[in-house]
Design a protein around this ligand. Structure first.
Ligand SMILES: *Cc1c(COP(=O)(O)O)cnc(C)c1O
Length: 473
């Protein structure tokens, strides 16, 4: 493809995406593809000769779109959002255009410095503790996902306990980790990947609101210490995946401090809400955290992948993860004046993700972002009010931020049928969880284009569908 052809096809692709954004509501939200549909439609082998771009793009419509679940539909209320926005898409495109690999400062100084700078902006934008700023002993870095962030935090915590010895001898068998029974599965996976084994994760009981019980954490830690074990790592969650519950950071922080345990705070989805001062109460006690992560790729209009990971002290992280082979030696690194982000993550190579984040923040402005977040929370509040006012339905827990967990009063089978029927309709997409072992529907509002009319229409559909199912055939 010549630059001239690229220019032409590039315009076609941008037009394609703009049309998609405008018309996304036309498609069934959840893909109706059956297993194997796409594989059967694709040629067995790769083409021998290059094909015209027109044919390739046409196949996106013909073959790929039917297998897409439209996360960007304003009627997508499943899981947590993975939203995007035009400035983010353009930032991603530029990142691909530059094709930079930012493993070291010297492999593209702008890649590292823009990242440092924008993450410092975020410390102020979310009113995070100042110790997460790059100007002190800590700093922020972009990881692919919250899963990678928690793994890095765990490794840093283990290093802090084991010291240099841990690097050669491996993780001390006595170290144990803690998270609530509502914490994300990525914590268990981090222990698996770190080779610690999931047996060393203590799942701490939660209260009626599904937040970690600090008294249970304290008891469990004391019991472990009595058994000769070492509490090394605690992951507290701000906005659990099931129900957006918020663990009590203040009391958890005190307990961590008493035992010298590393406190990581996972605010993957909810963190974005801290853009608005009125939602910052969820971060009370964050001063005690050693690390913090949230995903702009969930609720902050930055397309997947983009997780912002902050540490109060980069020392243990770098000690745990830095490796300097001969072929990466360079003057800038040697001078000690620059940061090499390959030492802050598991892989060596890294994408220029800060561009899309920078584009989004500059294009929306803090006020533009706040307005969107407030809008989503207000819609969730209104939806929760409708659920409460309908005698066939109930809230499973009080609404938290942009998430409403609710159910029909008819029991698990009724709720399962309702969920299946709603998703089969193609008009909305919802997912479920289990709270107190009861099937619970989750209504999560966070798509860039979601407006009141979409939420209202979804609620109408939920009520109608339930009513149709309940009436005798
Ligand atoms: C979504 C979620 C994660 C995992 O996010 P990834 O970035 O996909 O790894 C972790 N923790 C919480 C609380 C989440 O909601």
């Amino acid at each position: 493809m010549t630059p001239e052809e690229f220019r032409r096809h590039g315009r076609e692709v941008i037009d394609w995406i703009a049309d998609y954004i405008e018309q996304v509501e036309r498609y069934p939200v959840h893909s109706r593809a059956r297993p194997g549909d796409l594989r059967e439609a694709l040629p067995e082998t790769a083409p021998r000769a290059g094909e015209p771009f027109e044919d390739i793009l046409a196949d996106v419509d013909r073959l790929i779109l039917p297998g897409i679940t439209h996360w960007q539909s304003p009627s997508f209320f499943g899981f947590y959002p993975a939203n995007t926005s035009p400035p983010s898409i353009l930032g991603e495109l530029l990142s691909a255009g530059l094709g930079v690999q930012g493993m070291l400062w010297t492999t593209s100084p702008a890649c590292t410095e823009l990242e440092q700078h924008v993450l410092d902006w975020l410390v102020e934008m979310l009113d995070l503790p100042k110790k997460f700023l790059s100007s002190g002993s800590g700093g922020g870095v972009i990881q692919d996902t919250a899963s990678s962030a928690v793994l890095c935090a765990l490794l840093a915590a283990c290093y802090r306990h084991g010291g240099a010895n841990g690097r050669s001898a491996g993780i001390d068998r006595r170290l144990v980790a803690y998270a609530s029974d509502q914490a994300h599965s990525s914590i268990e996976k981090a222990l698996l990947v770190a080779g610690m084994g999931t047996g060393r994760l203590r799942k701490i009981e939660t209260d009626d609101g599904f937040a970690m019980r600090a008294d249970c954490l304290a008891e469990r830690m004391a019991a472990d210490v009595a058994d000769g074990l070492v509490p090394a790592f605690v992951c507290a969650t701000v906005g659990t995946t099931s129900s957006a519950a918020v663990d009590p950071l203040e009391s958890i922080g005190e307990i961590c401090c008493r035992h010298g345990a590393w406190l990581h705070v996972d605010a993957a989805m909810a963190g974005t809400a801290a853009l608005c001062p009125e939602f910052r109460g969820m971060h009370d006690g964050l001063e005690a955290a050693d690390s913090y992560a949230f995903n702009p790729h969930k609720w902050m209009f930055v397309n997947f992948d983009c997780d912002c990971f902050f540490v109060a002290d980069r020392g243990p992280l770098l000690e745990a993860l830095s490796i300097l082979p001969e072929y990466l030696r360079n003057q800038a690194t040697q001078s000690g004046q620059v940061v090499d982000f390959r030492d802050w993550q598991v892989p060596l190579g890294r994408r220029f993700r800060a561009l899309k984040l920078w584009f989004v923040i500059r294009s929306f402005g803090v006020e533009g972002l706040q307005e969107k977040i407030r809008g989503h929370v207000a819609l969730a509040e209104e939806f929760a009010g409708w659920v409460e006012a309908d005698e066939s339905f109930e809230l499973a827990v009080p609404r938290s931020l942009n998430l409403v967990c609710f159910r029909h009063g008819g029991g698990d089978d009724v709720n399962q049928q309702l969920l299946d029927a709603l998703n089969d309709s193609g008009q909305v997409f919802l997912t479920h969880t289990r709270l107190e072992n009861r099937l619970t529907l989750r209504f999560s509002i966070g798509q860039t284009g979601t407006r009141r009319e979409h939420v209202e229409r979804a609620w109408g559909l939920i009520r109608e569908t339930a009513r149709a199912q309940q009436s005798p055939q």
